[in-house]
Design a protein around this ligand. Structure first.
Ligand code: GLA
Length: 751
């Protein structure tokens, strides 16, 4: 039993031994928040958690004779605006008389084993009822005749609670919902730093940190996608928390469109975290009997710093969000032709590249953009998902067969949500484009967005993609999305429902994903949005891996991978070795440095292998073998960050299996340092201190160490200073962009 309920006190305690989450029904029938953090045993006196005794002359209160009972300073679970709480609420309903006030009071609850799914939305799930327990609280507002269902799930194996909310109009009147967040939680203090994953195209998810201040601080997206700029993730950490110590709370929205992640610090230094669909521009018409389901928010807690938080999030996403088929099944090591050829290819070139891919021991060839319509540049043909016969005269089915005959699987790039002004699809269906009547439609990468809120559009794309998947027997799809939505509007929605557009759009995207993944369960999907512009838990539900950035420069990727790993598992990172000098930065790096960065992900190549020397081919084969040897660690191990590239000239991290028996460790030194000192050590984590380990370095040299040596003294890194008398036996590292990889495995031996 993970959920215990004190019916007399109307108090709910969710605990799995790792975390506790407590709330209760207050005397006005609303839910008051009591505690969230490390697991506690409690005698349960409400007054020890929440006090109603701090009115000032300025405080408004709910009852005439009870000046201390106010929502203004009370910690709550799902606050509403307008009756003594002046902080931002979780919900707003516009009523026929123009009022937005509501008063949702406790009606009933039910506890269910496992976790019910959310209708139409991606969400975490369980494969057996034993893995989680859910409590659903029903609240009721008599004036609007509306039901509010708040759902809380606690998982057995992770320090995670998931929440969501659903409203149902039970009355006779039409209501307009203009705000329904997924969750809200109030902390009793504001002694936190806020972390966020922010960036831009080609530098996604850099970790940013700020001290909480009085008032509102938020991140959000109004782009119709979760965005390159802000990820739907935030964390609050104790100011002195580190990678391995201190309390950290993480919040992640399982959603891929406009979102708001907000922290409000009130005048008593209490902190409200709210997360959900961005209320700006949002409205949802609720006819009698209709419901609206908000997406799920994942809340993770760690008393062991950021690495601890990441472990909880990685575990919940791997075990309860991605398709379990892909949990530990080897992912194909691919060659993608984008940076090899861009749009400029033909059948001969593709087959020549594919032959090289076979020779390099790769598993999958992915044909990227340019295979359809008249697509020779990004100015045309999106939407015309028919093979370009000028480039591929024998058709796609034949090409796929030829590639399979070479011994590779075949994958294809699509950008299903888009249309080029110069396309047959647009000429046939001009009304399928997202644009506002009487106004021009803005451009992005010379393209427009298709109206995925229109079921006809989704059905058309499904048919087209289904036919192509069957024709080519695809085993992989890269689903791209290269521009954000402007002039949001659907010609299929009445004026009063245009506020529903963004959400209906993403529901259409989810529907197409759902239809394709259920029809073709063996096809591996990789999400992409101009790189990592829609890298979020909603996408992970359908696509277990995502292209994390269009920036393939390994130094840039250190920052992107570091930040992305705060919330997302390594097994979800699309990471490829690309050409040098790098196409985005012009930086020249060695093949081994590029591979050592890309190893921590799903690994592949995105370059033209035709010009490789025999030595380079040997090196690539070794890299592929190294990845395949350790792929199980990348899929199922614990990722531990050791050095943050933002702190200096180095980055380091490791993947260690659950028992601490084996690990793959990498260390990256970005720029050469002159006379940096005599010996440098990299201190590892997550090993058994008394165990005896075999440690094989990049060159294959084997040394043995105890776990305690590796963790407390550290692995000696290659030195740069060779000393006047040459006493250092460890080889020197010379030049910029150096890396070392160590494979560590427990051995019976000296103890
Ligand atoms: C986006 C993707 C790239 C590539 C191109 C093709 O930018 O992120 O990986 O597929 O589109 O046009």
């Amino acid at each position: 039993m993970m959920i215990t309920i004190d019916d007399n006190r109307k108090q709910f305690h969710l605990t799995n031994g790792k975390i506790s989450y407590l709330f209760h029904v207050m005397k006005n029938g609303h839910l008051g928040h009591l505690y969230y953090g490390k697991a506690i045993k409690t005698v349960g006196h409400i007054a020890d958690f929440q006090r109603y005794d701090i009115p000032t002359p300025n405080t408004t209160h709910l009852e005439a004779n009870d000046p201390a009972f106010t929502m203004e300073t009370t910690r709550q679970e799902f606050p509403v605006f307008g009756a003594t709480d002046f902080r931002e609420p979780a919900l707003g309903i516009q009523q026929a008389n123009g009022s937005h006030i509501s008063n949702f009071v406790f009606d009933s609850y039910r506890v269910v084993k496992g976790k019910p799914m959310l209708e139409g939305l991606p969400a975490t799930y369980v494969t057996s009822e034993e893995e989680a327990e859910t409590v659903e609280i029903t609240l009721y507002d008599a004036v609007t005749d509306m039901k509010l269902l708040l759902s809380y799930t606690i998982f057995k194996d992770v320090a995670v609670i998931t929440r969501h909310a659903r409203v149902t109009n039970r009355g006779e009147a039409t209501l307009i919902l203009d705000r329904l967040l997924s969750g809200s939680i109030d902390f009793p203090h504001a002694d936190f730093d806020m972390l966020q994953l922010s960036g831009a195209w080609s530098r996604e998810r850099h970790l940013k940190e700020r001290k909480l201040e009085s008032g509102i601080q938020s991140i959000s997206s109004l782009r119709g996608s979760s965005s390159h700029s802000q990820n739907p993730f935030l964390a609050l950490k104790e100011p002195d928390a580190t990678e391995s110590t201190g309390d950290v709370y993480g919040f992640n929205l399982v959603y891929s469109s406009n979102f708001l992640a907000q922290v409000e610090v009130d005048h008593y230094e209490q902190t409200r975290v709210s997360m959900g669909i961005h209320p700006f521009g949002f409205q949802w018409k609720l006819e009698p009997g209709e419901s609206f389901q908000a997406p799920e928010v994942v809340m993770a807690f760690s008393p062991n710093g950021l690495n601890g938080l990441s472990k909880q999030l990685h575990d919940v996403y791997r075990n309860h969000l991605i398709n379990q088929k892909w949990l530990d099944a080897p992912r194909p090591v691919m060659l993608n032709n984008w940076e090899a050829t861009y749009h400029d290819f033909n059948e001969e070139i593709i087959l020549a590249i594919a032959k090289e891919a076979v020779d390099l021991d790769l598993d999958l060839f992915v044909l990227d953009d340019g295979w359809f319509g008249k697509r020779n540049s990004d100015t045309t043909s999106l939407g015309d998902w028919f093979v370009n016969k000028e480039k591929l005269p024998n058709g796609l089915g034949k090409l796929a067969q030829d590639i399979r005959d070479l011994g590779l699987d075949f994958g294809l790039w699509f950008e299903p949500e888009m249309v080029s002004p110069d396309s047959d699809l647009y000429r046939e269906h001009p009304d399928w484009v997202v644009k506002t009547p009487g106004r021009s439609a803005s451009y992005g990468r010379n393209q427009w967005v298709l109206d995925f809120s229109n079921k006809e559009v989704v059905a058309y794309l499904y048919e087209r993609m289904r036919a192509l998947i069957e024709e080519t027997q695809l085993s992989y799809i890269k689903w791209d999305m290269n521009r954000n939505i402007t002039e949001a509007y659907s010609s299929t929605l009445p004026a009063a429902q245009q506020g529903e557009f963004y959400h209906r759009y993403i529901l259409g995207v989810y529907q197409l994903y759902e239809n394709l993944t259920s029809k073709f369960p063996d096809v591996l999907f990789e999400s992409c949005a101009g790189g990592g512009g829609r890298f979020d838990p909603g996408m992970l539900y359908y696509a277990p891996q995502g292209w994390i950035s269009d920036n393939t420069d390994p130094v840039e990727r250190l920052h992107i991978q570091y930040g992305t790993s705060i919330a997302y598992p390594i097994s979800s990172f699309g990471t490829h070795v690309s050409a040098t000098p790098n196409h985005q930065t012009g930086r020249t790096t060695s093949l081994s440095f590029r591979a050592h960065v890309a190893l921590f992900g799903t690994f592949g190549y995105e370059l033209n292998p035709l010009g490789f020397s025999a030595e380079e081919k040997v090196e690539i084969r070794k890299q592929v073998a190294l990845y395949k040897q350790h792929q199980h660690l990348m899929l199922t191990g614990d990722f531990i960050r050791l050095k943050n590239p933002a702190d200096g000239n180095e980055a380091a991290w490791m993947m260690v299996n659950e028992t601490g028996e084996e690990a793959l460790v990498s260390h990256y030194r970005i720029l050469a340092e002159s006379n940096p000192g005599k010996m440098k050590f990299l201190r590892l984590k997550g090993l058994e201190s008394d165990a005896y380990y075999r440690c094989q370095d990049t060159e294959g040299v084997v040394r043995h160490y105890y776990g305690s040596e590796l963790m407390y003294r550290g692995i000696p890194l290659k030195g740069e200073f060779n000393g006047a008398n040459g006493e250092l036996s460890i080889p020197m590292q010379i030049g910029d962009f150096q890396s070392e990889i160590f494979y560590i495995s427990k051995e019976e031996g000296e103890v």
